[in-house]
Design a protein around this ligand. Structure first.
Ligand SMILES: [Zn+2]
Length: 143
């Protein structure tokens, strides 16, 4: 997990507030801060990563609050919950466009790959109607 600059899928605190209200959830400062972190800063965090971040900023935030807030963002269509074969833990992806991933087996870090950099050709026919292709590449970062 690493931090990057704000991105296009980053919502303003006001937009987050109205999203939470629409979902029937009290938009507390803590919840808004988690949403901002997950949507604007974090890269493929697990719920534990988000909890660790929350602990540094908001003592006493429960893991349940973290999970509830993440699930809410998933339900609102602002966040994708993804599972990869290398880990039991779900990963939260704020990149909602179709893209592939590269797993650095050394660090466990996951990188987004632009679909234009990867060509996957399907020769499936018959009963398989392919709607979307998402590929996980595994390996190491070159030094
Ligand atoms: Zn991703």
């Amino acid at each position: 997990m690493k931090l990057t600059n704000p991105k296009s899928h980053c919502l303003s605190p006001g937009e987050i507030e109205s999203t939470l209200e629409k979902a029937g959830v009290q938009p507390t400062a803590q919840r808004i801060a988690i949403c901002r972190y997950v949507l604007c800063q974090a890269e493929h965090p697990t719920a534990e990563d988000v909890k660790n971040w929350a602990d540094k900023n908001f003592p006493k935030m429960s893991l349940a609050t973290v999970y509830n807030t993440l699930n809410l963002l998933v339900k609102a269509g602002l966040l994708k919950e993804v599972r990869f074969p290398h880990s039991e833990k779900a990963i939260y992806d704020n990149n909602l466009s179709i893209h592939h991933h590269f797993l650095d087996e050394g660090s466990g870090e996951i990188f987004d790959l632009n679909p234009e950099e990867v060509k996957v050709e399907s020769k499936l026919k018959g009963k398989f109607e392919v709607k979307q292709v998402e590929v996980l590449f595994r390996g190491r970062l070159r030094a």
